[in-house]
Design a protein around this ligand. Structure first.
Ligand code: BEZ
Length: 253
């Protein structure tokens, strides 16, 4: 076990995880941003998807807890800010809150949903997608097996709820729920699953002493090969998505 923090790398993300924002385009379609709307992109990362919301004519603020990702988003000309989803400094400031592939990093989802609700105007929409129960389960199991072998224990950095659990959280915070569903979406990876681990599973990797890390990754890659690598050498990740749309009710007359 080490004390090393996990630091996001926008360069690595751009090279090995661009498919995450590419696949998020259908979530932007679900949001259906309109010209002049004020929209918060919660967990905007390097802003690749945020740009598409801006292109619809909306005024967008992107927030992310990673200073490096926010710097990358600002380099694209976006209004991006370092903020935590558990302490959003907004009240009735947005017509919609959008989030793609970010909420599973926010373990205190209960708090985050309260913060989103306060940030929205009455009638505002909360639309997004993130990892559902079962997301990357094969990868998570292989990581834990390799860590157990070394006597290292790591609390999951991700929360992948069942749709019913997430729907209950939305309702408990006062949202009207339009739709919540989950579906498997295996994603083809641009490289091998080792690059995915280096890019997105940092909280697990930094728990392994540096000198052992390359062996650790190679061991996990070997363990995953039978399940996630096809005969032509193409890798995929066993994504399961949770997609939702909800509305903050308008005040009764
Ligand atoms: C996801 O988008 O499902 C994901 C991203 C990083 C780590 C785990 C899951």
């Amino acid at each position: 076990m080490t004390d090393e923090p996990f630091v996001w790398s926008p360069e690595r993300y751009g090279e090995h995880a661009r498919f995450v924002s590419d696949l998020g385009m259908s979530v932007v379609d679900l949001l259906a941003p309109r010209p002049g709307e004020r929209i918060l992109d919660l967990g905007c990362g390097d802003g690749a998807l945020t740009l598409h919301i801006v292109a619809a004519g909306s005024t967008v603020v992107g927030v992310d807890s990673s200073p490096d990702m926010v710097a990358a988003a600002r380099a694209r000309g976006l209004d991006a800010r370092v903020e935590s989803g558990t302490a959003l400094p907004y009240a009735a400031a947005f017509d919609a809150v959008f989030s793609n592939a970010a909420l599973h990093w926010m373990l205190d989802l209960e708090r985050v949903i309260v913060e989103v609700h306060r940030s929205l105007v009455a009638g505002g929409r909360f639309v997004g997608e993130f990892g559902a129960h079962g997301n990357v389960a094969t990868i998570v199991e292989a990581l834990h097996t390799a860590l157990d072998r070394r006597g290292i224990s790591v609390a999951s950095p991700w929360r992948f709820p069942h749709p019913a659990e997430f729907e209950a959280l939305l309702r408990a915070s006062g949202f009207d729920v339009g739709a919540v569903s989950s579906f498997p979406r295996p994603a083809a990876l641009p490289g091998d699953v080792g690059a995915w681990l280096e890019t997105l599973a940092g909280p697990y990797l930094v728990a392994v002493p540096r000198r052992e890390r390359a062996f650790f990754v190679a061991e996990v890659v070997d363990a995953l090969r039978p399940d996630l690598c096809d005969d032509a050498g193409g890798w995929s990740a066993d994504y399961v998505r949770l997609r939702f749309s909800a509305t903050k009710p308008t005040a009764p007359d």
